[in-house]
Write a new protein. Structure first.
Length: 125
């Protein structure tokens, strides 16, 4: 029984350690236009699905008590992307990076924010 308990404790510590390493934002690599322009359309769609899933998880976690706009970007992101689809966001990013080849070092999430969300906020008032 003692060996079983030790194994469970070891696995718990390993899992916590693995997630603790991921939490440090400075170590998370950012996908830039370099990777975006080299990716297949399926890879691009998978990346966008990942972002959408993170947003959905956060909104589900908040439940009926969502964070105010001052504490979360999700309400603004949802409003700014209203009417967009995964394909329309992917196509917009493809067009932006094609039109701005000298800015491929710009992170994709930054491009989504400033080229889609911010203009969408003005449009979707």
């Amino acid at each position: 029984m003692k060996r079983h308990t030790q194994l469970i404790m070891f696995l718990c510590i390993a899992i916590v350690g693995a997630f603790a390493g991921v939490v440090r934002a400075g170590e998370i690599p950012q996908v830039t236009g370099v990777q975006w322009t080299q990716a297949s359309e399926d890879q691009k769609k998978a990346y966008l699905i990942g972002i959408a899933n993170i947003a959905e998880i956060e909104m589900a976690y908040q439940g009926s008590n969502p964070s105010p706009d001052t504490q979360s970007i999700l309400p603004r992101m949802a409003k700014g992307l209203k009417g967009e689809t995964l394909d329309s966001v992917r196509e917009s990013l493809n067009r932006w990076y094609a039109a701005n080849p000298t800015r491929v070092d710009r992170p994709v999430v930054e491009t989504i924010w400033f080229e889609l969300v911010v203009p969408g906020l003005s449009k979707n008032k």
